[in-house]
Ligand binder design. Structure first.
Ligand SMILES: [Zn+2]
Length: 231
């Protein structure tokens, strides 16, 4: 195999390694929670928080109502006990009982509202849970395929590293230095094929003489982009 052919094979390895490394970067970056998943989790947290808050509120209102009922009951017992004789005290007691009645009605309204809110937030929580389950399942599936791709890429890069080392054993130090220099200038591509008299690196014409020399295994360079020409 001519030196040009060896360099061309090195180029193929390097090109594939570059592509695989780039894809590996993408695959690693894609392995995080999506905005959709984060939003679905947030929705569940909000629903749970709302539900707990309404449940607590309802419990507090129930306790308040119970205390008020007890207070009203003892006021009524006192009123009808016959022990209170003072008319002013009787009137005050009566107004206090009436006030407690209004308070009680207001509390019962609040309890009703809390019950409705509990029902609504329970419905919302169920919907949020269901949506999260669907999104999470879809995400986990995509993660599994990304994990598989990551492991395939890592394996292939390992293979390519071995192949590259092997290939370097057949290339002279001078050729390698040249290859590296052209590669740096040529965006990572030092060796290109001639196809239909055209340099595949820059799409410009290659002379018939150069193509002939390249075919004979001689090191020739594209006049336009300076890359090494292979056939
Ligand atoms: Zn060229």
């Amino acid at each position: 195999m001519s030196q040009v052919q060896q360099l061309y094979q090195l180029q193929q390895i390097d090109t594939e390694m570059r592509e695989k490394k780039q894809r590996l970067g993408e695959v690693l970056r894609a392995q995080k929670e999506t905005a959709e998943l984060l939003a679905a989790k947030e929705r569940v947290v909000t629903a749970v928080t709302d539900l707990q808050s309404w449940q607590t509120q309802r419990q507090d209102l129930d306790l308040e109502l119970q205390a008020l009922k007890n207070k009203a009951k003892s006021a009524e017992q006192r009123l009808y006990s016959g022990n209170v004789k003072n008319p002013k005290e009787l009137t005050d007691l009566q107004s206090a009982i009436e006030a407690m009645g209004r308070q009680r009605a207001a509390l019962e309204d609040e309890i009703l509202e809390a019950m409705i809110m509990i029902e609504d937030t329970e419905v919302e929580k169920a919907a949020a849970d269901k949506s999260l389950q669907t999104i999470q399942a879809k995400w986990e599936q995509s993660q599994a395929s990304l994990k598989q791709e990551q492991s395939d890429l890592a394996l292939r890069l390992h293979e390519l590293t071995g192949k590259r080392k092997e290939r370097l054993g057949t290339i002279s130090a001078a050729s390698l230095t040249e290859y590296d220099a052209i590669s740096r200038k040529g965006g990572g591509v030092a060796v290109v094929k001639i196809k239909n008299n055209i340099c595949t690196g820059c799409r410009l014409n290659v002379s018939a003489l150069k193509e002939k020399k390249a075919r004979e295994g001689e090191m020739v360079y594209c006049a336009s982009c300076g890359r090494i020409l292979a056939v």
